[in-house]
Each structure stands twice: as structure tokens, then as C-alpha cells.
Design a protein around this ligand. Structure first.
Ligand code: ADP
Length: 452
């Protein structure tokens, strides 16, 4: 049987996976919701199947329709991309039961790592530093208060199944804890179908540093260095870079060893990310793993020269990793900006609508991962990512300069975007010096308020 992959996603990541399939000579089938029929992933895939009405719950999240589409089109694997069902272990289980490959680490590993509290426990048992907090899910406000009193406020209440920066409440006092505990549980139930929460000490202005790992079915587990994703708005990443300006060789080796140790302990296969927070003194703490390809994977591809999506697909079809740890050579610097259809002047409200005109930048060291084109209609139903601009050069300074020029030469008419904000950040002294943490964007937005 010829290999053929159903891509259970849309937008730029669906295009990214289509390209990888085509380069590997593997068939690819796109899926689309009504209203998405003019999207590029539908046009560029070998085949395309409609999987339901526009709302994601009825289409891109509709497990029955996705499985039917895969079986009917003769696929033997499903690539979930990121978001939607990418980390849904129930979906992975169904896919496996239907004798299809789920391109990811396998349903059992996903279930284990997807529970953030359990992943934390696993890391702790392996001797990997974790943020102080509860030893598992916390059932009631009284128990939460006892733990918070021990570790000291502020603390975070985090949903065990949370993701995408959602399901995290910051709690500054016992009074707030009693007021918000049940509410956070309720929100976790509504958003993630699981009301369980756990407690973590709030680290003041840390850096978010994550390690890319990749592992095959033959015991080869390697790490591909770190990405600094500290430029965030409401716990969601906007700019990512590799290497991190904060991480030296010592810390890099420790983070890499910890990430590989964790991946090995669960028998991880496929590409995955182990996320850490790093405080001002260079202490690092595991926070969670992401058992999927990440939005920001291109910066790692740029500095390692490895095509992560192709490797991920090859591993799923039981090929060996095509490199070993000692062969990994990181060189140069890469930066990614996420361009969103949103209005920074209206509290980043999503700005769907018709894109009348698009001009995309190019040149050496500039990569554009995007699904937009002239007269593309940005639907209101999905996330607002329009394009990822990635620049790559020998030094960080050159990479930033390249990003400035790329953003200058990028035109998107018709919808509001955050291009100008990204451009301003590329000129901010602290950003340029590499001195920033997860509090950077909040402070930056305050300083430019009114002038924006
Ligand atoms: P998600 O799964 O939703 O992405 P994470 O646990 O990865 O959630 O956290 C997202 C972001 O929230 C982090 O990058 C960081 O900015 C912030 N954060 C998470 N945990 C802590 C913590 N203990 N202290 C301070 N900030 C945190």
C-alpha cells in the first residue's frame, strides 16, 4: 500500500505538512470546512475532503468525520499539525484503533504527558527541577490554600489539561484563592473537558525557554537546542528565537539533558517540545511538554538545517532518525514573528475579513510560512495567525535587521494586523540587547500606550 497522509488541519501548518509530504513523495489529503474551500491547503494537496460546517467543533474537531475522510481516501496516517486535535489522546487512540498511524508520540504517551500535573510529577521523579507546587491535582480550595501558604503567594492555579496559554489563573492572596478556585475549575471543565487543577508557585518574570526533542522507534532520542519564547501576550507566544540570548553552553547542556531524559523515560517517539521557565539567576524549572510540532519549529530548522516535519513523518513510518546527537551542529541565529489578524488598538480583537492585497518579503535568510493570498477571506472561526516571518543570519543582530526589512516589505491590506507592533519591538533597546523576559510585552505595551 502506498503511503498517504490525511492532514487534519488548515492554514499555514497544513501547507507546511503538504510540502513535506510532496518532498518525500508521499500522497496527501487535505480536509476543509465549508467556507474554507478556497484555502491554499485545499488547492495544493493531492485531494481534499469536506468534513463539515465552518465551526471547528463540527469540522476540524469532528473526529468521526476526520476518520471517515481518512479511510475513504485510502490514507494510512493522520498528521494533526498543532492546535485542534493535535494533543487529544482520545483522537489518537481512535486513529490507532482504525489501523491508521497518528503522527505523534502515540496515544499512551500523549495521555501521560497531556496531563500537566502528571508530567510534572514524572519530571520531579527523574530529578528534573520543577516549580514548587502541589504534588498532583488539588480537589478543593482548602487544600489549595494550605499549599499556597506553604510556598507563598502569588501562586498559579493551572488546569491539568490546559493549553494555549489558557486555563491559568494568577492568585495573589488567600482571599483571591477562595474566590477564584471553583471558577477556575469550572472554566477548565468548560474549555478542556476536565475540571482538575494544580498549584504552582508564580515565578516573577521568568524566561520561557523550550527544548526541541526528536526520537525514533529505535531508541535514538536527540535534542535540537532551545527556543526562547519569552515575548508573550497573555501567556501566548508572539516572537521566538534560537538560540536564546540568555542561554550559555552550560545551561543549554543541562536543559538538553533534562529534555532527553524525560523523553526517554516515557518512550517518546516523534518531534516534541519540553518547556522550561528560567529565572534571572539561571535556575530552570520544567513546566510542561508539547507532544506535537510547534508553531515556532522553523527557528530550530533554520539553526540546525533539519526539516522537522519530514523527520516526523519518516519516524512515523518507522525510519530511523537520519542523524545522531553528536552530528547536530547549530549555527547562526533565527527569529520568528507571528503575524496575526488582530487590532492592537482594540485590545487585540481578532480582525477577520477580506485581504485585498498581499506583498510578501523575501531574499536570503527570509522564510514565510503563510496561507494568505490576494482576495483571501480570513474566516472568523479559527485562530488569527496569518503568517510566520522567519529570518536567519550568522548573528542575532543581523537577524533582527533582516526582520526589520522583511516587516517593512510586508503588505497586508484589508484586515488589521500586528505588523507595526512587531516592527516596533524589533527596535526596542531591551529586545535588541536580548534583555527581556515574559513580562516584556506587557511593559512595552504600557510604554507605547496612546502613541500607538
Ligand atoms: P500552556 O500549556 O497553556 O502553554 P504553560 O504551562 O506552558 O501553559 O504556560 C504558558 C506560559 O504561562 C509560560 O510560558 C509562562 O509565561 C507562563 N507561566 C506558566 N507557569 C508559570 C509559573 N509557574 N510562573 C510564571 N509564569 C508561568
Amino acid at each position: 500500500m502506498q503511503n498517504k497522509i490525511l492532514i487534519a488541519n488548515r492554514g499555514e501548518i497544513a501547507l507546511r505538512i503538504i510540502r513535506a509530504c510532496k518532498e518525500l513523495g508521499i500522497g496527501c489529503v487535505a480536509v476543509y470546512a465549508k467556507g474554507d474551500e478556497n484555502s491554499l491547503h485545499v488547492k495544493f494537496a493531492d485531494e481534499a475532503v469536506c468534513i463539515g460546517p465552518a465551526p471547528a467543533a463540527e469540522s476540524y474537531l469532528n473526529m468521526n468525520n476526520l476518520i471517515s475522510a481518512a479511510v475513504a481516501s485510502g490514507c494510512n496516517a493522520i498528521h494533526p499539525g498543532y492546535g485542534f486535535l493535535a494533543e487529544n489522546d482520545k483522537f489518537a487512540t481512535i486513529v490507532e484503533r482504525c489501523n491508521l498511524k497518528f503522527i505523534g508520540p502515540g496515544s499512551e504517551v500523549m495521555a501521560r504527558l497531556g496531563n500537566k500535573s502528571e508530567a510534572r510529577k514524572l519530571a520531579k521523579d527523574l530529578g528534573i527541577p520543577v516549580v514548587e507546587g502541589s504534588d498532583g491535582p488539588v480537589e478543593d480550595a482548602e487544600s489549595a490554600a494550605t499549599i499556597a501558604a506553604r510556598i507563598g503567594y502569588p501562586v498559579l492555579i493551572k488546569a491539568v489539561s490546559g493549553g494555549g496559554g489558557k486555563g491559568i489563573s494568577i492568585i495573589k492572596s488567600e482571599e483571591e484563592l477562595f474566590r477564584l478556585f471553583e471558577l477556575t475549575r469550572h472554566e477548565a471543565e468548560v474549555n478542556f473537558g476536565n475540571s482538575q487543577v494544580y498549584i504552582e508557585k508564580y515565578i516573577e518574570n521568568p524566561r520561557h525557554i523550550e527544548v526541541q526533542v526528536i526520537a525514533d522507534a529505535y531508541g535514538n532520542t536527540v535534542h535540537l537546542g532551545e527556543r526562547d519564547c519569552s515575548v508573550q501576550r497573555r501567556n501566548q507566544k508572539i516572537i521566538e528565537e534560537s538560540p536564546s540570548p540568555f542561554v550559555g553552553d552550560d545551561l543549554r547542556a543541562k536543559l538538553g539533558d533534562s529534555a532527553v531524559k524525560l523523553a526517554r523515560a516515557v518512550g517518546y517517539q516523534s518531534a516534541g517540545t519540553v518547556e522550561f521557565l528560567v529565572d534571572g539567576e539561571g535556575n530552570y524549572y520544567f513546566i510542561e511538554t508539547n507532544a506535537r510540532i510547534q508553531v515556532e519549529h522553523p527557528v530550530t530548522e533554520a539553526v540546525t538545517g533539519i526539516d522537522l516535519v519530514k523527520e516526523q513523518i519518516r519516524i512515523a513510518y518507522r525510519s530511523e532518525l537520519s542523524f545522531r546527537q553528536k552530528e547536530i551542529k547549530m549555527s547562526g541565529h533565527a527569529l520568528e514573528c507571528r503575524l496575526n489578524a488582530e487590532d492592537p488598538n482594540l485590545n487585540f480583537r481578532p480582525s477577520p475579513g477580506l485581504i485585498r492585497n498581499v506583498v510578501l518579503p523575501g531574499g536570503p535568510g527570509v522564510r514565510l510560512d503563510t496561507h494568505i493570498y490576494n482576495n483571501y477571506e480570513v474566516p472568523p472561526h479559527y485562530d488569527s495567525l496569518l503568517a510566520k516571518v522567519i529570518t536567519f543570519a550568522p548573528t542575532r543582530k543581523e537577524t533582527i535587521r533582516k526582520m526589520r526589512v522583511a516587516l517593512e516589505q510586508m503588505i497586508i491590506d484589508g484586515v488589521k494586523t500586528n505588523i507595526e507592533l512587531l516592527y516596533l519591538i524589533m527596535h526596542n533597546t531591551n529586545f535588541v540587547r536580548g534583555v527581556y523576559d515574559t513580562g516584556f510585552l506587557r511593559e512595552f505595551l504600557e510604554t507605547i500606550k496612546g502613541d500607538y
